[in-house]
Design a protein around this ligand. Structure first.
Ligand code: NAD
Ligand code: IPM
Ligand code: MN
Length: 358
């Protein structure tokens, strides 16, 4: 039976980077005879402009029916002033994650040796870097109730959100992290704020409880402020990190810079059956949108993750990753990873080069 892939380009640089990634996916589809059916849909601000909703029902239904989803990015300044927050582009993305139960977000930060000079950190700090951030994606403060902005009796307004995790939510993301660590160097660092926040006291307790099932994995705990510092001080101390939704959002952007650029960081967002959505960790980059400046590699590498995690085509994923490495060997660089002596290329040229290297 053929498999359905839904492509949601979104806003800003989304359509530019996704176009390159789709070329790669189409090539792999015919070369490996995968029989994938590739369909497109609307999401984000673009969807709001066309339909009045950031996640139109048609897109949600297509997403539910798909075997895997490739998403570009959503959001942009033109939608930041929307009065109705449920219409924001970002809400479209959050709604897909929640509706599809994509709680397990894998964000691998790997430094390609060719990019050691592109990182703002010293080459010896980042060379050989290979860490995996496991971020909980459908709970925590992003989704906790109650939330809102209310007016107090004295007329002053107050904004509030709720940071909440129940045991089963913590346990299922913990399992993803322990299982990931088992396939890697068997070191897991759980990042929390258990010195202040009860929700993460429970988080820590559940991680400890789970660790009894994974005696081979060396579990450690770190407060999130220290973790942010350690990520830039000595990132290679980490193998797998597991954390909640908001801490994971922040730490993965920091980790991205260890790889040279946020334009290099792919991600997988998985449900309990490894159905997934794949997207770069970065946003819609309105500052460079429409200029051919965006780095498409994070999106192309997200296609590799799709093949590996949702389509069981690890060999095809390896081929894409090798092609990315080859174009870096050729000295081709978009602006974000440019360094002296290299050849500057556009979004499309980078995509074409990966295609040629395949
Ligand atoms: P951003 O990640 O879009 O951009 C941050 C910086 O990184 C910018 O200078 C941008 O030019 C650069 N950058 C990002 N991706 C790049 C790429 N592929 N190649 C080269 N440079 C790249 O973050 P932001 O500016 O805080 O947010 C912009 C919009 O994107 C907001 O509306 C935000 O809500 C949204 N956003 C969406 C997602 C997503 O769809 N998953 C993620 C993050 C932010
Ligand atoms: C990300 C983004 C999203 C998040 C936003 C756009 C909702 O920053 O995917 O990292 O915070 O999860
Ligand atoms: Mn983010």
């Amino acid at each position: 039976m053929s498999k359905k892939i839904l492509v949601l380009p979104g806003d800003g640089i989304g359509p530019e980077i996704v176009a390159e990634a789709v070329k790669v996916l189409e090539h792999i589809n015919s070369r490996f005879k995968l029989g994938l059916e590739i369909d497109h849909g609307l999401v984000g601000g673009t969807a709001y402009d066309e339909t009045g909703f950031p996640l139109p029902e048609e897109s949600l239904n297509k997403a539910i029916a798909a075997d895997a989803i490739l998403l570009g990015a959503v959001g942009g300044p033109q939608w930041d002033k929307l009065e109705d927050r449920s219409k924001r582009p970002e809400q479209g993305l959050l709604d897909i994650r929640k509706n599809l139960g994509l709680f397990g977000n894998l964000r691998p930060a790997i430094l390609y040796p060719q990019l050691a000079d592109a990182s703002t950190l010293k080459p010896e700090v980042v060379s050989g870097l290979d860490i995996l951030i496991v971020r909980e994606l459908t709970g925590g403060i992003y989704f906790g109730q109650p939330r809102g902005i209310r007016t107090l009796e004295n007329g002053e307004r107050e904004g509030y959100n709720t940071y909440v995790y129940n045991e089963s939510e913590i346990r299922r993301i913990g399992r993803v992290a322990f299982e990931s660590a088992m396939k890697r160097n068997k070191k897991l660092c759980s990042v929390d704020k258990a010195n202040v926040l009860e929700v993460t006291v429970l988080w820590r307790e559940i991680m400890e409880e789970l660790s009894k099932e994974y005696p081979e994995v060396e579990l450690s705990h770190m407060y999130v402020d220290n973790a942010a510092m350690q990520l830039v001080r000595a990132p290679k101390q980490f193998d797998v990190m597991v954390t909640g939704n908001m801490f994971g959002d922040i730490l993965s952007d920091a980790a991205a810079m260890l790889t040279g650029s946020i334009g290099m960081l792919p991600s997988a967002s998985l449900d309990k059956n490894n159905k997934g959505m794949y997207e770069p960790c970065h946003g819609s980059a309105p500052d460079i949108a429409g200029q051919g400046l965006a780095n498409p590699l994070a999106t192309i590498l997200s296609v590799a993750m799709m093949l590996r995690y949702s389509l069981n085509e690890g060999a095809a994923a390896d081929v894409i990753e090798a092609a990315v490495s080859k174009v870096l060997d050729q000295g081709l660089r978009t602006g974000d990873i440019f360094s002296a002596g290299m050849t500057r290329v556009s979004t499309r040229e980078m995509g074409e080069a990966v295609l040629a290297a395949l």
